[in-house]
Design a protein around this ligand. Structure first.
Ligand code: FAD
Ligand code: MLT
Ligand code: ZN
Length: 475
């Protein structure tokens, strides 16, 4: 078997036999799925750009069941593809060939929540939005939020080290995740599920699994620190006349809003056009080349509004912003956020999407977008830039009528060399998965990549967990 578009060869893993299915049926009775319709969904990624041909989907409920499954797979040399909500954007969540799909969909129980510390412990398959509702009812929020919240699992978020729109305020999962329970490739349960803020006893093993994209172990439970629910949330949606002004608005925001600034997102005019065209969302301010979304979260509505008013007066008065609107009630806040959060969805309706997710110095942020518009010309539909400007993370997306190898050749390695020349990251938050595994070397040294392979060999000597993903071919 060879995957045509990517020219990958199937590694010599065993094929799932009737006996294997019978063993799985003993471990998880009634939850061994071989129904072609259900498998079709699990074999295709969210972007519909990577498709595997797995014949079996397993749905364990407990850590013990995951452990028994992996022990069996290890003994039988069967490859496994861990899957959460299948919202990943780099083809890591679906099999490349016939890997067994191990889904966390039924591992959706909250284990404990402490309403003084705000520490939540839950199974890996809890849906992010459901967790947010759960902790909100108790006066807290999840430290991360992203457009895929309605489907993505917390285990998938941890496995990809997802960033999202709260990163600016609450930081990386590397800080907010306090503990993990992980099942290793041979079935060993590694219990690092502590709920301690401070713990310097030996190496911090959980960090190995955060962002490891299912290649080092299956995350079965997560302990995570939730911040208190802000009493006041305001969103300002602003139009800017140029990218230089976008950067000045960011500096002004940091200076004037300081501790209440909770998000700073940006999108260009083409993004706004696409959310209008494909999702029928209406532009809330006059047309501008750029738009920014500024969110404040604080404990006093009057104090926050006073600060926000001061900032808006300054930004409008100095011409940094040409038009703006503010949402204070939940429905307007959500409507303004939808303009930014649903860009991904709008792009998916526009055609084939070439997605790039880079960290580069904000001063050079938009140069990459304009460079590519010139380079690609009329053979593409749109070249758009949006993203988490406050975190230095640009989402650069190109849409075309269909996938084309010549277009891909015009984009890659150009985008990667451009990024590497800025000492940037070729994958800021989505990970490498299947689609980007070969570009790791643009952001990491050969010695670092070598050590990654050594860690993989140590934890998964047979290479059974998410093969063909994350790491490039051996040096
Ligand atoms: P999946 O897609 O199922 O899997 C992702 C990877 O993690 C795969 O390699 C899989 O094998 C592995 N994995 C999943 N569960 C486990 C587990 N329990 N143990 C071990 N490995 C596991 N990402 C961001 O960082 N920021 C964003 O703002 C953002 N916005 C998004 C918006 C949309 C509309 C969409 C579709 C995606 C977005 N993403 C974003 C991509 C992001 O990676 C995912 O949404 C999310 O983190 C993946 O979670 P999931 O449960 O869907 O994982
Ligand atoms: C976002 O910030 O919207 C997500 O990372 C998804 C994307 O890049 O399209
Ligand atoms: Zn993002």
């Amino acid at each position: 078997l060879t995957s045509e578009r990517y020219s990958v060869q199937r590694l010599p893993f065993s094929m799932v036999s009737e006996e294997d299915l019978a063993s799985f049926e003993c471990i998880i009775p009634g939850r061994v799925i071989t129904d072609p319709e259900e498998l079709e969904v699990a074999n295709v990624d969210w972007l519909r750009s990577v498709r595997g041909c797995s014949k079996v989907l397993l749905k364990p409920r407990t850590t013990e069941e995951v452990s028994c499954i992996l022990r069996h797979c290890h003994q039988r040399n069967l490859a496994v593809n861990p899957q959460g909500g299948n919202t990943g954007l780099v083809g890591g969540s679906v099999p490349v060939f016939d890997e067994i799909i191990l889904s966390t969909a039924l591992m959706n129980q909250v284990i404990s929540f402490h309403d003084v510390s705000g520490i939540l412990v839950c199974q890996a398959g809890c849906v992010l939005e459901e967790l947010n509702h759960y902790v909100q009812d108790r006066g807290f929020i999840m430290p991360l939020d992203l457009g895929a919240k309605g489907s993505c699992h917390i285990g998938g978020n941890v496995a990809t080290n997802a960033g999202g729109v709260r990163f600016l305020r609450y930081g990386s999962l590397r800080g907010t995740v306090l503990g993990l329970e992980v099942v290793l490739a041979d079935g060993t349960v590694l219990d690092c599920l502590t709920s301690l803020r401070k713990d310097n006893t030996g190496y911090d093993l959980k960090q190995l699994f955060i962002g490891s994209e299912g290649t080092l172990g299956v995350i079965t439970a997560v302990s995570i620190l939730c911040p208190p629910r802000p009493k006041a949330v305001n969103v300002a949606f602003l139009g800017c006349p140029g990218f230089a002004e976008v950067l000045q608005v960011f500096s002004t925001c940091k200076g004037m809003l300081g501790e209440i600034l909770s998000a700073f997102e940006f999108m260009d005019a083409e993004c706004m056009q696409l959310v209008g065209q494909h999702l029928h969302l209406t532009r809330p301010v006059r047309e501008s080349p750029f738009y920014v979304l500024v969110e404040t979260s604080g404990s006093s509505a009057d104090h926050d509004m006073e600060k926000l008013d001061g900032f808006l007066e300054q930004a409008l008065g100095s011409g940094l912003v040409t038009d703006g609107t503010v949402g204070t009630d939940q429905s307007k806040v959500q409507a303004l956020w939808a303009l930014r959060e649903r860009i991904t969805e709008a792009l998916s309706h526009d055609g084939y999407v070439f997605k790039y997710d880079v960290s580069i110095p904000v001063e050079r942020f938009y140069d990459l977008v304009t460079d590519l518009r010139t380079r690609l010309g009329p053979r593409v539909k749109h070249v758009v830039g949006y993203g988490h400007l406050g975190d230095g993370n640009l989402h650069l997306n190109v849409t075309a009528e269909a996938f084309s190898a010549s277009l891909l050749a015009a984009l890659e390695p150009y985008v990667y060399t451009w990024t590497a020349a800025q000492q940037g990251s070729v994958s800021a938050e989505h990970g490498l998965g299947f689609k980007k595994k070969d570009v790791l070397g643009y952001s990491k040294t050969p010695a670092a990549v070598q050590l990654m392979w050594q860690l993989k060999a140590l934890l998964d000597p047979r290479g059974l967990l998410n093969p063909y993903k994350t790491l490039p071919a051996h040096l």
